[in-house]
Design a protein around this ligand. Structure first.
Ligand code: DP6
Length: 357
């Protein structure tokens, strides 16, 4: 598919009013998206686990208005949020060619998260995908589309808001970006991963240690830009292709040892890219490193398959099979909560995608 396939045919519609609510999850990438080209096109393919409990719920209502520009009000947790407007205005500008009808409505958007905003857990992913789903729902009111096209269109729009958001529509795993070994994979939208998946991953756990809930020192968007001209960029992008090819059989056989090595190598490569860009920066905190060392020590001593990954922040995602949950939660309580801000962590697990409420 090409981007023009997402421009709807001219339609005739009576603009009415209505409302819809969608709940969309966050996601955690195993193979990371870091670096992009013009038009929100990823520099390399990525693969993520969809989460279950870290959600954004967005209610959008619409009322007819005279065409001419996009008009919207945005409320976050019940309060008007001026600081979110620039990102939303940019989003609406980008999606206008693909949803020209939005100019015929005034939109009221009410959003809330089940997790702390800017905790480093990807609120832009769940937020942008929930909004994209509401907008695609509105489009479906005025022009028919198949379920498959609905999901692709929502993912396509979400990508224009935030790249990783296009992987938050379905689950339990999503890929985004063209890859030789993933049939139908696209740079334009996220695709549900339909390759063989071992049962061990079907209820995989993700406990997110909130090391530093303060707003990030460097936004992901700015970080991606620093991959342009980065001395290690070309090698990193081909490594991501290789990692996806290597991951496929591990996901099929449930080889956790190799899975964990690959996942941790991805996380550390992501941060290595940050530490070697110009300007360089570090998003890990001392507590992030303490946790990583404790996890390695615990794994060495007990043989328990506990691994970590990181996003563009200091928080640590601990991934492990559901069968090991009790012992790992005991270890977290005994050894790791001390490194969390206000001893906070979120117990999440792999999830199955967004839901209309
Ligand atoms: C480190 O999707 O937040 O989480 O497209 O500029 O909105 P924009 O960036 P964003 O980048 C997320 C990068 C990452 C890795 C990943 O989720 O793949």
């Amino acid at each position: 598919m090409i981007a023009n396939d997402f421009i709807p045919a001219p339609y005739n519609f009576e603009a009415g009013s209505g409302e819809v609510t969608w709940q969309a999850p966050s996601n955690i990438a195993i193979v990371k998206y870091w670096g992009k080209k013009e038009g929100q096109i990823p520099a390399n393919p990525s693969l993520s686990f969809t989460l279950d409990k870290s959600l954004t719920e967005t209610r959008m209502s619409w009322e007819p208005k005279k065409a001419g520009g996009v008009s919207f009000d945005f409320f976050f947790e019940g309060k008007e949020k001026a600081s979110f407007r620039p990102k939303l205005e940019q989003f609406f500008d980008r999606i206008r060619p693909y949803q020209p009808f939005i100019e015929s409505f005034h939109l009221t958007i009410n959003s809330s998260n089940t997790f702390p905003h800017s905790s480093g857990i990807a609120s832009s992913a769940s937020g942008m995908s929930a909004l994209a789903l509401c907008l695609t729902h509105l489009e479906r009111q005025i022009s028919e589309m198949t379920e498959e096209h609905f999901n692709r269109k929502a993912s396509f729009l979400a990508r224009l808001g935030s790249g990783s958001a296009c992987r938050s529509i379905e689950g339990p795993l999503m890929s985004w970006g063209e890859h030789r070994d993933i049939k139908g994979s696209s740079d334009l939208f996220g695709l549900r991963y339909t390759e063989p998946l071992h049962d061990i991953f079907k209820d995989y756990q993700d406990t997110i240690l909130l090391i530093d809930k303060g707003s990030k020192k460097m936004s992901s968007t700015a970080g991606h830009q620093l991959m342009h001209g980065h001395p290690f960029a070309a090698e990193r992008f081909s490594q991501a292709h290789r990692h996806i090819a290597e991951l496929k059989p591990l996901l099929a056989t449930g080889d956790l040892e190799a899975f964990i090595f690959l996942m941790e190598r991805e996380a550390l490569t992501l941060h290595a890219m940050m530490m070697t860009s110009d300007p360089y920066f570090i998003l890990m905190q001392p507590a992030t490193l303490e946790v990583i060392n404790k996890v390695w020590e615990y794994r060495r001593e007990t043989g328990t398959p506990l691994g970590f990954t990181l996003d563009a922040g200091a928080n640590v995602h601990l991934l492990y099979p559901a069968d090991n949950k009790d012992e790992i939660l005991k270890f977290i309580e005994a050894e790791l909560v001390a490194y969390c801000e206000n001893r906070q962590y979120i117990c999440d697990r792999i999830g199955f995608g967004a839901k209309k409420l």
